[in-house]
Write a protein that binds this ligand. Structure first.
Ligand SMILES: C[S@@+](CC[C@H](N)C(=O)[O-])C[C@H]1O[C@@H](n2cnc3c(N)ncnc32)[C@H](O)[C@@H]1O
Length: 272
């Protein structure tokens, strides 16, 4: 849509397969679409103050979930991989093989908000000792057994474990934090930062980042006078996140959890 509206787009994706797909699909836009194989935190390499907009479309794509061989899905069996960029880093199976039980508990709690983190971690350690965990099906069955076949909230009990592992394998929160930190420098004044997130851990970070950089005064103003916020770099465009309406969710059910937040680059003395 940005290209159709006349913008030039410099796109990055860490997944070579997603890049090839986008390149073929957007070839008709010629030089206005440029793309490279990189991570979101490579925003640090952009020249200062040049971009009119930054859009971070976070997380995995339908193409990841729907391809069992990429290892993101517990619905279909496949290798426990979960790397968005299969050319580098440890796969989920490799991480599970070397993590301590304590590390597993922290991952499951912090990134999966898994209430039975201790029991799932113990089950992983046991399965590992008994011959390893290599497939998504094995991991899904293992978590299912911890829950005794119950489906809390109507969801497969492995949902949280898969989310946690995926976030660790791809350092998703680290990527997000670093990309957000680079955004103010890369944007021109008046340029916009837009972020689409897909779960509460990401959205909370985006919200806190935008609010803390858009606040006029320090969070805890000292009496008797308020202290101006030295980190003020944005104006909020959206106070509440934009979410998909019913018609869009009907057409694309995976849009259900998407939240879009937008902020505009601001600098003191530039207001009209
Ligand atoms: C929700 S999908 C959206 C893809 C694309 N915007 C579209 O609409 O078809 C997110 C994409 O971002 C990529 N991705 C996620 N985190 C990334 C990161 N930290 N660095 C680079 N690419 C990333 C994934 O590989 C995936 O292709």
């Amino acid at each position: 849509m940005l290209l159709e509206a006349g913008a030039s787009v410099r796109a990055v994706d860490r997944d070579p397969e997603a890049l090839n797909f986008a390149r073929a699909r957007l070839a008709r836009f010629g030089d206005r679409f440029q793309s490279r194989h990189a991570t979101f935190d490579s925003l640090a390499e952009e020249p200062a103050g040049e971009l009119d907009g930054i859009l971070l479309d976070l997380g995995i794509s339908s193409r990841h979930v729907d391809a069992p061989e990429r290892g993101f899905s517990f619905q279909q069996d496949g290798p426990l991989d979960m790397r968005m960029d299969p050319t580098r880093g440890d796969s989920a199976a490799e991480l599970l093989a070397k993590a301590t039980r304590e590390e597993l508990v922290v991952w499951l709690r912090e990134y999966g908000e898994e209430p039975r983190a201790g029991a799932v971690a113990s089950a992983i350690v046991r399965a590992r000792a008994e011959g390893g965990l290599r497939t998504t099906g094995q991991l899904a069955d293992l978590v299912g057994a911890v829950y005794g076949g119950k489906r809390p909230g109507g969801r497969h009990p492995a949902t949280r474990t898969f989310q946690a592992l995926r976030m660790v394998v791809n350092d998703e929160l680290g990527q997000l934090d670093r990309a957000l930190a680079c955004a103010p420098r890369a944007l021109r004044v008046g340029g916009r930062l837009a972020v689409i997130s897909f779960h509460s851990l990401e959205d909370r970070r985006v919200k806190q980042f935008m609010q803390s950089r858009a606040r006029e005064y320090e969070d805890t103003p000292l009496w008797p006078s308020s202290v101006p916020n030295p980190d003020r770099q944005f104006k909020l465009v959206t106070r509440k996140p934009v979410v998909a309406d019913e018609a869009e969710i009907e057409e694309n059910p995976r849009a259900r959890s998407a939240k879009l937040r937008v902020a505009e680059r601001w600098e003191a003395g530039t207001e009209r």
